[in-house]
Design a protein around this ligand. Structure first.
Ligand SMILES: [Zn+2]
Length: 287
C-alpha cells in the first residue's frame, strides 16, 4: 500500500506545481528550453528579497545582472561547435542555500556553406605570415579568455552599423575549394568610413592590425560578454578606454582579408562563439 500512497502524493505535488500553487523560489525563466549551436538563451531568475543567485552552466559561472528587487538576468551562450546534448543549469542562492536545476538541450545546426575565391597569397601563407597569424590568434584569444566579472553592459545591445546582412553567422567557409574555419560572426554591409558604434557600455581591451581581421577592436562588456569589430578603416579608441553604448569606436573599412567594405561583428558569451544578431534580438526584451 505504501507505494500507492507515495504515487498519490507525487501526483498531488505534480498537480499543485502545474496549478502554479507552489512556485518555489528561486525561479528560472528561459527564453527557450533548448538552443542550437551558436545560439543564446536569455535567462531570468527570481529569488527571495535579499538573496543572491549563483548559476553554473557547463562548469562555468553564469554572470547575472541585478534588475529590480529579487529579479536578475543573464545570457547563456552555446558555442558554434558545442556537442549537442542535454546539460543542467544549476542555481543556488545565498544566504539561504536553496538549490535548483533545469535541463537545457543543445541541438546541432547546419548553417550551410559559403564558397569564396581569394588571391592565393591570402590563403596559402608563407612561414613568416603563418607565424604572424598564429601570434595574432594567441593575442586575441588571451584577451577573450579574460573578462571583468562585473557586468558593465545595461539593457539592449545595439547594432553597430545599419547595414544589411551580407554574411550570415556559422557558415562553413570553403576558400579556393578548401574547408576553413566557420564564419564566427556576421558581416554587415556598409560603406567605407561609416561610423561603427559600441554595442553596449564596456572597456576597449584590444586594438590591433591583424592579418585576417585587419584593424580590429574588442570591447569587454563585463559579465562574460565581448564584442569584436573587424576590417575597420580607422580605429578611434584606445586600449583601456571605457566606452558607452553607441559611442563611435571606428569606421567601416576593408582592411585585412576582406573582399570589400563591411563590418564583421563577432560576439562571445562566456567564451562561446554566438550569433551577434541573437544577442541584439534577445536583449530587446531588457528595454
Ligand atoms: Zn565576416
Amino acid at each position: 500500500m505504501g507505494w500507492i500512497f507515495a504515487l498519490c502524493l507525487a501526483v498531488l505535488f505534480l498537480f499543485a506545481e502545474v496549478m502554479g500553487a507552489t512556485v518555489s523560489l528561486p525561479e528560472i525563466l528561459l527564453s527557450s528550453p533548448y538552443a542550437c549551436q551558436g545560439d543564446i538563451v536569455l535567462l531570468k531568475v527570481r529569488v527571495e528579497k535579499g538573496e543572491i543567485p549563483k548559476l553554473t552552466w557547463l562548469e562555468k559561472d553564469v554572470p547575472m545582472v541585478a534588475l529590480e528587487e529579487g529579479n536578475w538576468c543573464g545570457f547563456l551562450g552555446t558555442d558554434l561547435k558545442f556537442a549537442p546534448g542535454t546539460y543542467p543549469l544549476k542555481i543556488s542562492t545565498t544566504p539561504s542555500g536553496r538549490e535548483k536545476s533545469v535541463e537545457i538541450k543543445i541541438e546541432s545546426k547546419d548553417y550551410g556553406e559559403r564558397r569564396l575565391t581569394l588571391p592565393r597569397e591570402m590563403v596559402e601563407l608563407d612561414a613568416v605570415t603563418l607565424r604572424r597569424v598564429r601570434k595574432e590568434a594567441a593575442a586575441i584569444n588571451s584577451v577573450l579568455e579574460r573578462t571583468s566579472a562585473e557586468p558593465s553592459w545595461k539593457g539592449p545591445f545595439l547594432k553597430p552599423v545599419e547595414g544589411e546582412l551580407s554574411g550570415i553567422f556559422g557558415r562553413r567557409n570553403i576558400i579556393n575549394g578548401l574547408a576553413r574555419s566557420p564564419h564566427s560572426g556576421v558581416d554587415l554591409k556598409a560603406g567605407r568610413g561609416v561610423p561603427v558604434k559600441a554595442m553596449n557600455h564596456g572597456k576597449v581591451v584590444f586594438t590591433s592590425d591583424q592579418f585576417f581581421s585587419g584593424l580590429s577592436v574588442v570591447v569587454d562588456h563585463g559579465g562574460g560578454i565581448h564584442s569584436m569589430y573587424f576590417h575597420l578603416e580607422k580605429i578611434l579608441v584606445q586600449e583601456g578606454q571605457q566606452v558607452t553604448k553607441g559611442e563611435i569606436i571606428g569606421q567601416v573599412g576593408s582592411t585585412g582579408r576582406s573582399t570589400g567594405p563591411h563590418l564583421h561583428l563577432g560576439v562571445r558569451v562566456n567564451g562561446a562563439r554566438v550569433d551577434p544578431l541573437r544577442l541584439i534580438d534577445l536583449s530587446k526584451e531588457l528595454e
